[in-house]
Design a protein around this ligand. Structure first.
Ligand SMILES: [Zn+2]
Length: 205
């Protein structure tokens, strides 16, 4: 394979769920497109980079219309600090916000921790989460809800993070809960329908 192609394949392989074979298909697809398509792709990528910011509080990506470093949800004074909902990724945040079943502030982990992972800090924002919980604890935090996918990685992530949060919980006495198994095993949160989310939240423990 020509070196230029190989280098591009190496980039696509980094995408979630993309293997080498699929990455090569993407590259050849791009090579077959007209130059305008490539220009458009580059322009759109640049636009996203300049128009979207990552919130300094919850780590979600949000449209940067007012040059803000904190998103509109974290700026909302009415939300209080009693409930912190921890999700894996932005689409999960979107699903829960859209369902509008629970009021609270959010934290986006950025990933899940695989069972044999030796260096979980590499994949999820552990220290920023601890700082957040510590900060909320001084403002009346009542409950930390893990709203993660119902799969072994999700369970393992809850286990590791609950352990990390345990000293803070003992000191500040808040509740740690996880979604009930209305979310059937193997279900990714983002694909859950409204009724399933509702029952998972109501049956949290
Ligand atoms: Zn935010």
């Amino acid at each position: 394979m020509p070196e230029g192609i190989e280098k591009l394949v190496e980039l696509f392989v980094k995408f979630p769920g993309v293997g080498p074979r699929q990455a090569r298909r993407f590259v050849y697809y791009l090579l077959n497109q007209r130059p305008q398509f490539i220009d458009l792709l580059i322009a759109r990528l640049n636009a996203v980079r300049s128009e979207i910011n990552q919130c300094k509080e919850c780590y979600r990506f949000f449209p940067n219309k007012v040059d803000a470093v904190v998103c509109e949800v974290c700026r909302d004074q009415n939300l209080g600090h009693d409930t912190l909902i921890i999700v894996e990724k932005d689409v999960d945040f979107d699903a829960l916000r859209k369902a509008n079943l629970i009021q609270g502030r959010y934290f986006i982990l950025g990933g899940l921790i695989p069972i044999l992972e030796k260096n979980p800090e590499r994949l999820v924002k552990i220290n920023p989460l601890l700082e957040k919980v510590e900060n909320f604890s001084t403002k009346g935090l009542q409950e930390v809800i893990f709203a993660l996918s119902a799969n072994p990685q999700g369970d393992h992530t809850v286990e590791i993070l609950s352990e990390k949060l345990s000293p803070l919980r003992q000191k500040h006495d808040f509740k740690i809960s996880t979604l009930g198994r209305g979310l059937s095993t193997g279900t990714e949160l983002e694909y859950s329908d409204l009724d399933t989310l509702k029952s998972a939240l109501e049956n949290r423990k």
